[in-house]
Design a protein around this ligand. Structure first.
Ligand code: ATP
Ligand code: MG
Length: 684
């Protein structure tokens, strides 16, 4: 039992050691909240206050719940349940269903949700275009999470100054019709899981009694993000009891757009006057350098509720200063990040201890490419991979069928025309789902621009093949790799090195937050969440233009004001560091200076004649496939296509020739050098 109190500071210990009953831990990021509650559960079980099976711990993401289960197992209490609110509700509802509803179980609505919203929107005379459907679905979710019924929606929308996706009466109509259609079809959506669970306990005495006999002790992590609906479920679970431990950080509230509120956390001591309230200030996660920056980011927050003003004190030994870096364009930013990741890997940081975090999922694509280019394995979390996104798949179908018509004209123009058919507009839509979709489609046009600049006479058919190859390369089997995740998906997690990228106005804060102070403050907290994920290495960067060579019209994020050391502008600019100290690479055929990544790799201008050895390329590809299988990594981790092409063109005869090819460094030379030289000499 003493073991469970070891490795805790006095405040954490007070929370762990408190007798059964209400406990509230109000504390900043990295102060050990999650650690405290897992130890508390283990301690209560070890002291015999409660059995492991009587504990229910809830949190908000499946990943965080998994993390809690792992920590509980390590503490010797595998029997305690740790789930998301939804997973816990689903389980309970299945169990109580025969008694509270009867008949067959209703199915979860899953993918059909937007179909029902479309029918409802159609009846209300609204557009059934997929972005507006998604916005309507989001509005219904907000209403349900906020316990707002259709009839109450107009008042609630007015009170909270909602930016409604359609005129209020029409939203009401869509909401009401959606509920009718869903119930007629005997379907449940995610919010229904919670609603029905609460109702089952509230309205059925014997159900409540059985449940409360089974579960005695409740724990909530990340309590600052509880919605009124989740709170209602929690109240139904508790009934008249008070055996509840909550932990949270009001400064990390990042779901208020979805109805969450830190009020229950901040009002906990008022609701349970006998509660043990603990505040933690020591930050065990991050170096003092990272902690200082985190304090600075949150210091400027406006309208912070009382009780949320905590100043973190870093406990770890000093580490490197956070780096700030400005770039001309996104590809340059991504390339520099990939290079820095490579350097960290070379220093011995594990790939799984590195994360690149962004505001919207569409930002991942250019980083997926840049990491792949350097052969660095990665995983995309909390969002779909670029080539699996609905709009990208739709775009690929449209491009493929257009290619069959053999259209004439310049590739980027042709691609843009085809994508206009699937919803690409000239100007970006203001925000939300529509903006993400637009970003994805535009990324495809940019790929076309890149390819057209690099390869003469490239047509739509070749572009489609190029996309297929890239999609293929991005479907790696699960590998241990660098994490690419949205800031929302990163909550509660930690890495040795964190890259916060794309910190420009319009992205961070997101464009649709503009003019809405509460929304801007939520964006600031999101950045705070990002900063506090880093243990040691922290990088913050932004790019002035989107596409390579594009107009530099962007401004860096307002949240960086006062954080970037203004007096050392040169030290900020990572692109002037290692990248440009080397002499500019030249075309090995005409001697011109090479600038874009692909020609640098090929060592020649895209327009200079290729002397590709097709037969050698075929053998290199077959060899790569074999190695990738052996090592259980995606093929691009061995060598990217561009590197193989460069080898097949340059046919290096010795080690010096090999390392002259960009993308072949010491590690690759070591691992594959002998094989490649043998292949070039025709010995394999
Ligand atoms: P967040 O707000 O980001 O969820 P948190 O408050 O839940 O953070 P934890 O994840 O529990 O913080 O802890 C952060 C890190 O600090 C973890 O690696 C944890 O193991 C470590 N840690 C926590 N408390 C202590 C302690 N008393 N001594 C040493 N390490 C600690
Ligand atoms: Mg935590």
């Amino acid at each position: 039992m003493e073991r469970l109190l070891e490795g805790l500071d006095p405040e954490q210990r007070a929370a762990v050691d408190a007798p059964r009953g209400p406990v509230c831990v109000l504390a900043g990021a990295g102060t050990g909240k999650t650690r405290t509650i897992t130890h508390r559960i283990a301690h209560l079980v070890a002291r015999g206050h409660v059995s492991a099976g009587q504990v229910l711990a809830v949190t908000f993401t499946a990943r965080a719940a998994g993390e809690m289960r792992t920590r509980l197992r390590a503490l010797g209490v595998p029997g305690a349940q740790a789930r998301t609110f939804h997973a816990a509700a689903l389980r309970q509802l299945r169990y109580f269903w025969p008694r509270v509803v009867g008949g067959p179980h209703w199915e979860l609505i899953d993918r059909n949700k937007l179909r029902l919203v479309a029918q409802a929107a159609n009846r209300a005379g609204l557009s059934t275009e997929s972005d507006s459907l998604r916005d309507l679905a989001g509005e219904i979710e907000w209403s349900k999470a906020s316990l707002v019924a259709p009839d109450d929606y107009p008042a609630a929308a007015a009170r909270t100054h909602r930016d409604t996706p359609a005129p209020v009466e029409q939203v009401v109509e869509v909401y009401r019709t959606y509920e009718q259609l869903k119930n007629q079809a005997q379907l449940l959506d995610f919010d229904d899981l919670l609603l029905h669970t609460a109702a089952a306990l509230e309205e059925h005495g014997e159900v409540a009694e059985e449940f409360r006999d089974r579960y005695r002790c409740f724990v909530v992590d990340e309590y600052q993000d509880v919605t009124p609906l989740q709170q209602r479920v929690l109240d139904a679970w508790l009934g008249p009891r008070d055996d509840l431990t909550v932990v949270g950080d009001a400064n990390q509230t990042i779901y208020s757009f979805a109805g969450a509120s830190p009020r229950p956390l901040l009002d906990f001591a008022r609701r349970f006057p006998g509660a043990t309230v603990v505040r933690l200030e020591r930050d065990y996660r991050s170096t003092p350098q990272v902690v200082a920056l985190a304090n600075e980011v949150i210091k400027w927050a406006r309208g912070r509720p009382s009780g949320s003003r905590l100043r973190l004190v870093g406990q770890r030994p000093a580490g490197p200063e956070p780096r700030f870096a400005e770039f001309d364009d996104e590809p340059a930013e991504a390339a520099a990040v990939a290079q820095r990741v490579r350097a960290l890997l070379d220093e011995g940081v594990a790939a799984s201890e590195i994360a690149v975090l962004y505001r919207v999922n569409a930002q991942s694509e250019v980083y997926e490419q840049a990491l792949a280019e350097l052969g660095i394995p990665y995983q995309v979390r909390g969002g779909e991979r670029f080539f699996q996104r609905t709009e990208v798949r739709q775009a690929m179908v449209a491009l493929r069928s257009a290619a069959a018509q053999e259209p004439s004209g310049e590739l980027p123009k042709v691609v843009r025309e085809v994508l206009t058919g699937v919803g690409l507009t000239d100007d970006p839509p203001p925000g939300g789902a529509a903006r993400e979709r637009w970003e994805s489609l535009l990324a495809l046009v940019e790929l076309a621009e890149e390819l057209a600049a690099e390869v003469d006479g490239v047509d739509l058919a070749k572009f489609v093949v190029e996309l297929d190859v890239r999609a293929e390369a991005q479907h790696p089997p699960t590998v241990e790799g660098v994490t690419l995740a949205s800031l929302h998906a990163a909550k509660g997690l930690e890495w040795d090195a964190v890259f916060l990228i794309g910190l420009v106005e319009g992205t961070m804060p997101i464009m649709h937050a503009d003019g809405d102070e509460a929304a801007i403050e939520e964006e600031r907290r999101l950045l705070y969440v990002g900063v506090t994920r880093a243990r040691e290495h922290l990088w913050l960067s932004w790019a002035l233009a989107r596409a390579a060579g594009g107009r530099r019209y962007r401004r860096r994020s307002r949240f960086l004001h006062g954080l970037v050391p203004e007096d050392h502008p040169a030290s900020l600019v990572a692109k002037r560091e290692p990248l440009q100290r080397k002499p500019k690479p030249q075309c090995r055929i005409c001697g011109a200076t090479l600038t874009d990544a692909r020609s640098i790799k090929l060592s020649r201008c895209a327009s200079c004649p290729s002397d590709l050895d097709e037969e050698l390329l075929g053998r290199l590809r077959a060899w790569r496939a074999g190695r990738a299988r052996e090592l259980k990594v995606p093929a691009y981790v061995v060598f990217t296509d561009a590197t193989l092409v460069a080898i097949a063109e340059q046919r290096p005869e010795d080690v010096a020739g090999l390392v002259a090819i960009a993308g072949i460094g010491a590690a690759k030379l070591d691992r594959y050098g002998a094989d490649v030289l043998a292949l070039v000499q025709g010995k394999r």
